[in-house]
Design a protein around this ligand. Sequence first.
Ligand code: MN
Ligand code: MN
Ligand code: MN
Length: 287
Amino acid sequence: MNVDLHCHSTASDGSLAPAVLVARAFENGVRVLSLTDHDTTEGLAEARTAALGLGMQLVNGVELSCTWGGATIHILGYGFEVDAPALVEAIGRLHEGRWLRAEEISRKLAMKGMPGALEGARAIQMELGDSGNAPARPHFAEFLVRGGFVKDRAEAFRKWLGAGKLGDVKQHWPTLEDTVATLRDSKAWVSLAHPSHYDFTRSKRRKLVADFIQAGGHAIEVVNGLQPADQVGSLAILAREFGLLVSAGSDFHAPGAWSEIGVYRPLPEDLPPLWCRFKNDQPTAVV
Ligand code: MN
Ligand code: MN
Ligand code: MN
């Protein structure tokens, strides 16, 4: 695909530095790329420089965590200015929360006989690339592998870090309404990330989309990597029903894992792509 609006670098939980990620995207044919690290815009400057050198369009992006209906939801923002005050302030609060969460994961692992996890995960994170952000669960997983506590990362998630496990520390994310407002105040285009990833009933998913629109959202991510085709179909139906713009991306994190940059299922052709609006329109002009 020549457009990819969802990927991660070492600025959050990806394994490639922003410049390396951009080069890989270019090799895979991507010409419009948005780097959407979790709760940080730290990687965007490096990505922009790399993209300029290759003649690619780099769209400022971010994937923000928030809560809705008792679940953690991800919201994608695009095309904002990195110094937009509302976004800078919101990211500052999230950054602090992520450090507190990392400390709590470390404390809990220590109580189970796995000491030094924060320092270990931080060292692994810094091997991958310099970052001021807290180490994330993949870094903790690698720490557990290297410490001989588990045989591989999959086991680390299954036993200690995955949903409902000891290391799945809940963070006090802002609400969906506040997060969409932050992005709108920052003149961002706003898309609901991977609506099929949440373990919701069909009616709850529909309510999520309705509330997201009510809050000021513009688009839903109809295609996320190689998600099952029937999910793409269901999301396309929702997008048509609500008259939404749509976004798509690989959600790439690391080579050799479950996704590749620039690779995702085709977007149904009748749906209006969000990225066609990036250049000319102001996000405040729609919805
Ligand atoms: Mn991630
Ligand atoms: Mn996500
Ligand atoms: Mn993501």
